[in-house]
Structure formats: C-alpha cells, structure tokens
Design a protein around this ligand. Structure first.
Ligand code: HEM
Ligand SMILES: *[C@@H]1O[C@H](CO)[C@@H](O)[C@H](O)[C@H]1NC(C)=O
Length: 340
C-alpha cells in the first residue's frame, strides 16, 4: 500500500469513527422513528427507585386541571418551551438569582404567558415527600405534559413517557428568544426551527395541534393578523376585534381562547380550524402553505385517531431533545433553583 492509499484509508477510518460517534451520541434523529432509548431514557425508569412517582404527579396534575383546565394547556406548552432551550432539563423552571438575573422564564416567550409552575412545585413536593432526591424536575415536566394531555383529551391521548432526564444548571433568557419560534413565523421558518431540534416537518404539524387548547394574549396575533389584512375568517376576526385592543400593550393585553369550537378539549378540532382559517397565528395558518403540510392538516382533521396517534409519538420525541442523562446534570431539590 502506497502512502497515498494509507492516507486515504486513514481518512476513511477516521471519518467512519466520527460518524459512529455522532450516531451513538445523537438520540434525536431528524428522520425515522423516535428512539428515546438511545437518549438513555426508559419507560418505567422510576418503578424501582420511586414506585409511585408517576402516579403522584398524575394525581397532582389531575386535581389542578379539575380546578383550572387552563393550567393543563400551560403544562403541555411548558414541555415544548423546556425542551427547545438547553434540551428537556427543567431550565425553564429556574427563578432569577443575583448570579443569574435573566433566566429563561423571564424572556418574552415565557413571561408573562407560560403557566403551570405551581403545579410542578406541588408535584415535586409530593414526590419529594415519598422519595427524597430521586425524581428530577425535568421528568416531572415531561410526566405533567403527558398527564395534562390525558386529562384534557378525556383519556383519548394516553401514552407512556420514558424518563431518566437530569436537571440542568444553566438558564439564559436570550437563548429562549434564539430557539422558541414566534407566532409570526412562516412555514419555512417553522420547519427550520424544528429541524434545528431534530424534529421533522410532520412533527411540527402534529405538535402545532396543541393549539387546540389554552389561550393566547392579544399581543401574540393582533399585529400580524388583525392590524393588517390576513387570511383569517372575517367573523372570527370581527369577534377578536371586540375582545382585543387595536394596539395591545403590557398594561392592556387580554387573553382569548385558541380553539373557539372546543376550547378546553385536546382534540383534532385545531386542524378543522386551520382549514376554515379560524386560527390565531400566522404560524397556524402557514400549515396550508405547502401541498405536503396541507395534506397533513387534512388527514389530521378527517381521519379518526390519526392525530392522537401521531401526537403521542411526537410528544415523546420532543421530550427526548438534548436530554442530560450522564454526569452533566443533577436532581434538583427545588425545581426553582440549582443545588448548592
Ligand atoms: C409551531 C410553533 C409554535 C408557535 C409559533 C407557538 C406560539 C404560541 C403562542 C404565541 C402562544 C400564545 C402565548 C400567549 O400569548 O399567551 C401559544 C400558546 C400555546 N402553545 Fe404554542 N406555539 C408553537 C408550538 C407549540 C407546541 C409544539 C406546543 C406543544 C406541544 C404548543 C402548545 C401551546 C399551548 C398548549 C398553548 C396555550 C397555553 C396556555 O393557555 O397557557 N405550542 N403558542
Ligand atoms: C446568554 O446567551 C447569549 C447568546 O444567546 C450570550 O451572548 C450570553 O453571553 C449568555 N449569557 C450568559 C449569562 O451566559
């Protein structure tokens, strides 16, 4: 073998090794089935360590939703906002401190709209009473989103949530702005935003269906949907103009329901709304902007069980983004602060 060939062989071997390392350390494939197992996550992770952990969280979430279904919507959104910034590591829960005055939760995508923090605190307190120091806040956020989906869908959206995430120690408001998509995003921007987190076009379309529950502040859609011409259905636009100021401000920013037909029910009504142009955001409306995504909208709207099945899988996939399962995290004692 000449030295040229040796060099070529070495390049091939090194390239292969690098590729293999990438394959084995990347648990979030952009294509193909979600594989949370390769992220070190496991269904039933706490069965031996804290047998009642999942049941305890479920009971706390169920009681909170009975009292106020809106927090259920907040908990589903919380998983998204946690996972897209530093991975699913409960970084969204950290309160400001003198050392870190601007954590994620103070950034505009989260403040003042993200809700459900007290439910996570209550679940953590109940789980700590049963098994101190065992269950991470990141897993509680994932379980709570799963349980909220179950309750708000009248148990139609039921699935197992793999666990074993550790809690992060870093939370930075400007990174929430970097990674959480604003409602004025068009289809191309949304696809790129989700691809950056290993999620595909269909994951994006299917997860957007979470806008079948919960509320929005007027400021999230008035500027690009009511103040200027848009494709919003005129009767919905007229109704929203009675609920929203023409120029929302932090002192005058009411909330409205996202799904005018079944506001508190997690169902596929969202896709019917998209087809009827009865949705709030540019991002929602943009799902009709390509033939491929429009077809997904039609299927999710019309085939019974189609969306529910895909939503469960996409939630599990989203909940495995950049998880910390090695020595790079901790199990927080208090979900609002890193351990000392
Ligand atoms: C596709 C890109 C997305 C954009 C641009 C987006 C944007 C928004 C905005 C602007 C709001 C209203 C916030 C407010 O003004 O109060 C909202 C609410 C909500 N979002 Fe999204 N979102 C997206 C994806 C998701 C995903 C992936 C999920 C979860 C799977 C989700 C779940 C929710 C829920 C449940 C609410 C209602 C929250 C509540 O009532 O407290 N969203 N979203
Ligand atoms: C927060 O993240 C931004 C980049 O998004 C970076 O410029 C800034 O230095 C970070 N701040 C801290 C305190 O790490």
């Amino acid at each position: 073998m000449g030295s040229g060939n040796k060099l070529a062989a070495t390049v091939v071997v090194v390239t292969f090794a690098v590729l293999m390392a990438a394959v084995t350390t990347t648990c979030q494939a952009a294509y193909g089935p979600p594989n949370p197992a390769s992220c070190g996550l496991k269904v039933g992770y706490y069965y031996a360590k804290c047998p009642h952990a999942e049941e305890i969280v479920k009971n706390v979430v169920g009681a909170a939703i009975l009292h106020n279904p809106g927090v259920g919507a907040g908990l589903i959104r919380m998983l998204f906002h946690d996972c897209f910034v530093e991975g699913c590591d409960a970084s969204v829960l950290l309160d400001p401190t003198p050392a870190n005055p601007q954590p994620e939760k103070l950034s505009p995508p989260n403040m003042p709209s993200l809700r459900g923090y007290e439910v996570i605190d209550a679940a953590k307190a109940a789980v700590e009473a049963a098994c101190p120091g065992v269950v991470s806040c990141a897993d509680i956020v994932a379980f709570a989103a799963r349980d909220a989906s179950f309750f708000l869908s009248n148990s139609r959206v039921a699935f197992q949530m793999p666990a074993g995430r550790l809690d992060g120690r870093y939370s930075n408001a400007s990174r929430a702005l970097d990674f959480l998509p604003p409602p004025k995003f068009n289809l191309g921007q949304l696809v790129a935003n989700f691809a950056a987190k290993g999620l595909g076009v269909e994951d994006m379309v299917v997860l957007s269906g979470a806008h079948t529950v919960g509320d929005s502040h007027c400021s999230s859609f008035v500027p690009d949907r009511l103040a200027v011409p848009s494709d919003m259905e005129p009767p919905l636009a007229a109704m929203l103009r009675t609920q929203c100021p023409a120029k929302p401000s932090s002192g005058n920013d009411p909330t409205v329901v996202q799904d005018v037909v079944t506001p508190n029910k997690l169902d596929s009504q969202y896709y019917k709304n998209v087809l009827a142009h009865r949705v709030l955001f540019t991002s929602d409306a943009s799902l009709l902007a390509s033939p491929a995504t429009a077809k997904m909208v039609v299927d999710n709207a019309n085939i019974p069980g189609w969306w529910e099945d895909r939503f469960t899988k996409a939630m599990v996939k989203m909940a495995s983004i950049e998880v910390k399962t090695g020595g790079n995290g901790e199990i927080r004692r208090n979900c609002r602060a890193v351990n000392h």
